[in-house]
Write a new protein. Structure first.
Length: 156
C-alpha cells in the first residue's frame, strides 16, 4: 500500500506546477494535438489541464446541420468527420481549428487579408493545406494564439 501511494503522488497532475492537458486522443490525430500543445507552450500560453476526448466519426449533425468538426466544451469532446473530403485534404487545419475552439475559446473569424486569403485558421469555410503553403504556417499559428497578429507580407 505504501508503494501504491508513492506512485499515485508521482503520477498525478497538480494545478501548480503546470501540467499539460491530457485526454483521449486517437493516434491518427495525436501528432497534431501534440503540435498544438507545443506551439501554445512556445508562446507561453499554458493550457489548463483538461481531459478532452477527440472522437473521429463519420458524418454527424449538430442541430440538424452537418459539421466537419465540432468542439463541445460542455462535454469535453471534439468530434471530427473523417469521411469528409475536406478532412482528408486539410486534416491539420481542421484539427488545429477545433483545438482553437476548444482550448482557446476562439470563435470563427471570417474576414480576409488584403490578398483575399483568410485572416485566420478560425475561418469557418476556407482551409489551408500547410504542406502546399508552408510559408503560411507561422502566420496562421501566430494568429491562432494571438488574434491581433499583424498581416504577413504575403497577405498583401
Amino acid at each position: 500500500m505504501k508503494y501504491l501511494f508513492t506512485i499515485l503522488i508521482f503520477c498525478s497532475c497538480q494545478k501548480d506546477p503546470y501540467c499539460p492537458p491530457i485526454g483521449i486522443v486517437p493516434n491518427e490525430v495525436k501528432t497534431y494535438y501534440d503540435y498544438f500543445i507545443n506551439e501554445a507552450e512556445k508562446r507561453n500560453i499554458l493550457l489548463k489541464e483538461n481531459k478532452v476526448e477527440i472522437v473521429l466519426s463519420g458524418k454527424f449533425y449538430v442541430n440538424g446541420i452537418p459539421y466537419i468538426g465540432y468542439a463541445d466544451n460542455a462535454n469535453n469532446r471534439i468530434t471530427i468527420d473523417t469521411s469528409e473530403g475536406s478532412y482528408k485534404i486539410y486534416k491539420e487545419h481542421v484539427i488545429l481549428h477545433e483545438l482553437g475552439h476548444y482550448f482557446l475559446h476562439r470563435d470563427h473569424r471570417n474576414d480576409n487579408l488584403p490578398n483575399n486569403n483568410p485572416t485566420s485558421i478560425m475561418n469557418c469555410c476556407n482551409y489551408t493545406n500547410f504542406n502546399y503553403y508552408p510559408y503560411k504556417r507561422e502566420y496562421y499559428l501566430n494568429e491562432l494564439f494571438c488574434p491581433h497578429t499583424e498581416s504577413p507580407d504575403w497577405g498583401n
